[in-house]
Design a protein around this ligand. Structure first.
Ligand SMILES: Cc1cc2nc3c(=O)[nH]c(=O)nc-3n(C[C@H](O)[C@H](O)[C@H](O)COP(=O)(O)O)c2cc1C
Length: 187
């Protein structure tokens, strides 16, 4: 793959409190070792970003993948803070902020609620894609190309004690990683 891929993990505690995202990221590392991986929780547990370093990482990428668990219908706190601090006026937007123009943004995320709950009139009220509007406009405001999203539901932390459910969740997370790779290849 000649495109430069940057995968940013927004899980707040990947090592100690993740099942699905950890499997997805470990698998992506195996099948896409040439990509660069940024684990926000391990590099910036204090939420204090090296802004210049992270802006340079973004500059070098052709495809930016945001990998995260859905936390209260959006990105987790650490990923939001990364957006707030790194994507600043004059870098990502504004009349002189053109650093990200033309880069592709791919969203890859998991949710605890199963897919079928995300529909109009369903328990989660709206189709899952409706919750991505802020990210879509984030891409647009930064001149990035929206490359869509890869999503898997039903990966609940409440099922972590159930061996059968864990098996199913593992298979689903592995399949999710394959879909991410397939999507990246198509970009
Ligand atoms: C603080 C918090 C907020 C969450 N908010 C949502 C939510 O809004 N919608 C949903 O479907 N699942 C929600 N979940 C469930 C997570 O999305 C789910 O556990 C996660 O995607 C599984 O990935 P992991 O095993 O890598 O942690 C939430 C979980 C936590 C801990």
């Amino acid at each position: 793959m000649s495109k430069k891929i940057l995968v940013v993990s927004g899980h707040t505690d990947l090592k100690n409190n993740s099942f699905a995202n950890k499997i997805i990221l470990d698998r992506l590392n195996e099948i896409m070792p040439e990509a660069e991986y940024l684990y926000l929780d391990s590099e910036y547990h204090d939420f204090k970003f090296d802004v210049e370093k992270e802006q340079n990482r973004l500059r070098a990428a052709d495809v930016i993948v945001m990998q995260f668990p859905f936390f209260w219908y959006g990105v987790p706190s650490i990923m939001h803070k990364w957006q707030e601090d790194v994507f600043v006026h004059g870098f990502s937007h504004g009349s002189k902020g053109k650093a990200l123009v033309g880069k592709k943004l791919l969203i890859s995320f998991t949710s605890g609620a199963p897919e079928e709950m995300y529909q109009k009139g369903g328990i989660q009220g709206y189709p899952v894609e409706d919750f991505l509007i802020p990210l879509k406009q984030f891409a647009a405001a930064c001149g990035m190309e929206w490359s869509g999203f890869i999503y898997s539901g039903g990966l609940s932390y409440a099922s972590r004690h159930d061996d059968e459910k864990l098996k199913q969740m593992k298979a689903k997370a592995l399949e999710h990683a394959e879909r991410v790779l397939e999507k990246i290849r198509s970009l």
